[in-house]
Design a protein around this ligand. Structure first.
Ligand SMILES: *[C@@H]1O[C@H](CO)[C@@H](O)[C@H](O)[C@H]1NC(C)=O
Ligand SMILES: *[C@@H]1O[C@H](CO)[C@@H](O)[C@H](O)[C@H]1NC(C)=O
Ligand SMILES: *[C@@H]1O[C@H](CO)[C@@H](O)[C@H](O)[C@H]1NC(C)=O
Ligand SMILES: *[C@@H]1O[C@H](CO)[C@@H](O)[C@H](O)[C@H]1NC(C)=O
Ligand SMILES: *[C@@H]1O[C@H](CO)[C@@H](O)[C@H](O)[C@H]1NC(C)=O
Length: 359
């Protein structure tokens, strides 16, 4: 008979299952061992071109060059606001990366967190707020409007830069370069997007609590942990070519919604762009990849919210910065309401301490 007896079949099947289990356990063990033996990917200076002959990113006074190993672009400062020659060090130069035609939004910001009457930190000079606006060469009507606005308010840095997503890295570098070169008395240079509601007075407490300190090489903001996926598709907004950065995951970085880097860190970033090819994901590039190359530590700030849905407007959430999609009037109202609440709380605390001091 070709068929073995039933008992033998059972034995064979059992032996087969046993062997299979042992084999898979072994595999599990060996793959476990292999993965723990693979050294952690060292992404520091992955793609760093130490022999780059590109010029350094630098300011020539009325013109400047932003330079990567593979691309250099020359720009002109079309309008430079006057900033007081501070006799003593100031805390923060906060620059809004503003779209050329965001006239209304700029006015909302001038009426809210940038305004001396609503921001103590601005009133007492610890923070200087400015805008940076790019003007597409050749658009004369827009140029006239923006230049008039810049002269009227004296708070816009105007550069001849295209207002496109691809130029964001250049825009942020222009912000850092302006700080490094034109405002050396500021300890910190901040970049903020115009769709972020910001309560700058609440940063004072972070200084007092030592969350923001005098570490010279530091970047602060909403920290994203290392390990985010890298987009390798050319058509993606967040595309990073393998040749510019070959690591499999992003390093930690701070979100572009609002970050602050120390003057020293900004200077290091500016000096080092020539050693890397251009990457269009500005926050990851400047506060992640270059920060890691340069040993700049990346720190998280509390009460930062990255998504519109992070905040339930019916609740009184304590916010320092919230990236959202509110319209101008909503933005204004949200700020004024939040500010009133914050000032009430502060007044309450002050009253309580006075009472307890009297007792
Ligand atoms: C798997 O690894 C564990 C711990 O390292 C060990 O105790 C076990 O005997 C291994 N099993 C096999 C099938 O190698
Ligand atoms: C990673 O690579 C960089 C540049 O090659 C080197 O300076 C650094 O020491 C390396 N770090 C580790 C942890 O091996
Ligand atoms: C930028 O300007 C410098 C100095 O004027 C010049 O040597 C260089 O060729 C220019 N680069 C580009 C990309 O236009
Ligand atoms: C700042 O706020 C004051 C008081 O609300 C207002 O009168 C002024 O117009 C604001 N400044 C700007 C530039 O909007
Ligand atoms: C800006 O855009 C125009 C038109 O698309 C292009 O010709 C020009 O080279 C761009 N300028 C920069 C600095 O990228």
């Amino acid at each position: 008979m070709l068929m073995p007896r039933p008992k033998a079949v059972h034995v064979l099947v059992l032996i087969f299952i046993f062997l299979f289990c042992v084999a898979s356990l072994r595999n599990r063990n060996s793959s476990f061992h292999e993965s723990s033996e693979i050294p952690k990917e060292n992404c520091t200076r992955s793609g760093w071109l130490k022999d780059s002959t590109a010029p350094e990113t630098q300011d020539f006074g009325s013109e400047f060059v932003i330079s990567f190993a593979d691309i250099q672009k020359n720009y002109t400062w079309l309008y430079l606001p006057e900033i007081e020659e501070a006799s003593q060090e100031k805390d923060i130069l906060m620059i809004v990366a503003s779209r050329t035609d965001s006239y209304a939004r700029r006015n909302i910001m001038r009426q809210t967190w940038m305004n001396k009457s609503d921001s103590e930190i601005v009133a007492n000079g610890r923070m200087k707020p400015l805008f940076l606006v790019g003007l597409t060469p050749g658009d004369y009507k827009m140029k006239k409007m923006v230049m008039q606005e810049a002269k009227l308010y004296g708070d816009i840095i105007v550069v001849d830069m295209n207002d496109t997503y691809e130029e964001l890295t250049y825009k942020s570098l222009a912000i850092l370069l302006y700080g490094v070169s034109k405002a050396p008395r500021y300890q910190m240079i901040g970049k903020i997007d115009e769709d972020v509601i910001f309560f700058p007075d609440k940063l004072t407490a972070l200084y007092e609590q030592g969350i923001i300190d005098a570490t010279p090489l530091c970047a602060y903001g909403y920290k994203i942990q290392a390990g985010a996926r890298i987009f390798r598709d050319k058509n993606d907004r967040w595309y990073v070519p393998e040749s510019s950065y070959s690591c499999s995951k992003f390093p930690e970085y701070v979100s572009g919604m609002l970050y602050m880097v120390t003057w020293e860190a900004a200077q290091q970033i500016i000096k080092s762009t020539k050693y890397r090819d251009f990457i269009q994901v500005e926050d990851v590039f400047l506060t992640g990849i270059l920060a890691e190359d340069l040993g700049i530590s990346v720190r998280n700030l509390p009460k930062f919210y990255k998504y519109p849905n992070d905040i339930d407007e019916s609740k009184s959430v304590d916010i320092i910065a919230w990236h959202n999609d509110q319209k101008d009037i909503q933005y204004l109202n949200f700020f004024k309401k939040g500010l009133a609440r914050y000032q009430n709380e502060k007044a309450g605390i002050a009253a309580m301490t006075t009472t307890s001091a009297q007792n």
